[in-house]
Design a protein around this ligand. Structure first.
Ligand SMILES: Nc1ncnc2c1ncn2[C@@H]1O[C@H](COP(=O)(O)OP(=O)(O)OP(=O)(O)O)[C@@H](O)[C@H]1O
Length: 233
């Protein structure tokens, strides 16, 4: 069985005439250790897919299985444990806590997930050892995203879910962020899923799942992904 299995996943928001099919009969599989891009225009249903996969929202029908566990069978506590222990999240606008320092932001994630004291190690790995005691507002966008990556990685997640992680960054900074995600994928076989509306980014993925109007448009394997330096946008 694949590491992630989406089977006929449908998510409807609202009811009656106001109903929106944000995901409609979505089927895909992702193997452990893959670097996957979910690609599609605004409103296609990408964030909905990621939120369902991250245990942040409940599906309307279908099945989502991650590492042999069916998410829709988990109660709120089970979903909280799944999010805490298995999944690292990276968002377009970083979602750091403004009144905590860089180090404290990462330590908080570490404490919630009961991991060993490694916040400094992860912040050093993303190139922020000189920024530990700064607040998020004192950092550039790229530095804030690096902090968010360290915060996600300190949990040692098996799955890293990234919602437009370069969407608020210039190209050079965005490339550095993608490189960090790729290195994590290669070094520790962390399964990485990046959602984006930017087709250039899809070139670095092993698998590209294209979504349009809530439905799968195509699933393509990329036997020879480009390096980050080779992509342009
Ligand atoms: N909580 C909600 N309530 C009602 N409708 C919603 C909700 N969340 C999403 N939708 C609708 O579901 C559809 C898919 O939205 P989704 O955010 O998943 O798309 P997306 O591909 O991530 O778009 P974007 O790139 O703009 O973030 C849209 O029509 C959106 O308006």
């Amino acid at each position: 069985m694949a590491y992630i299995d989406f089977q006929n996943v449908t998510k409807v928001y609202g009811i009656g005439e106001a109903a929106v099919f944000a995901n409609k009969d979505i089927d895909f599989e992702i193997e452990a250790g893959e670097f996957v891009v979910i690609l599609g225009p605004s409103g296609a249903g990408k964030s909905t897919t990621l939120n369902l996969l991250g245990g942040m929202d409940q599906l309307t029908s279908g099945k989502i299985i991650v590492a042999g566990q069916e998410l829709s069978r988990l109660d709120d506590e089970g979903l909280a444990i799944y999010r805490r222990d298995k999944v690292g999240f990276i968002f377009q606008f970083y979602n750091l806590i403004p009144n905590l320092t860089v180090l404290e932001n990462v330590e908080m994630s570490e404490q919630i997930s009961h991991k060993a004291n490694q916040a400094q190690k992860y912040l050093t790995a993303v190139g922020l050892s000189h920024r530990l005691h700064n607040f998020p507002a004192q950092l550039s966008g790229g530095e804030q995203q690096r902090t968010a990556i360290a915060r996600a990685l300190v949990k040692e997640p098996s799955l890293l879910l990234c919602d437009e992680p370069t969407g608020a960054l210039d190209k050079a900074t965005g490339q550095q962020i993608l490189q960090l995600l790729l290195e994590q994928n290669k070094a520790l076989s962390t399964t990485v899923i990046v959602i984006t509306h930017n087709p250039s980014i899809a070139n670095i993925a092993n698998k590209v799942i294209s979504i349009k109007d809530g439905k799968i448009e195509s699933i393509e394997l990329n036997p020879q992904p480009l390096t980050v330096a080779e992509i342009d946008w």
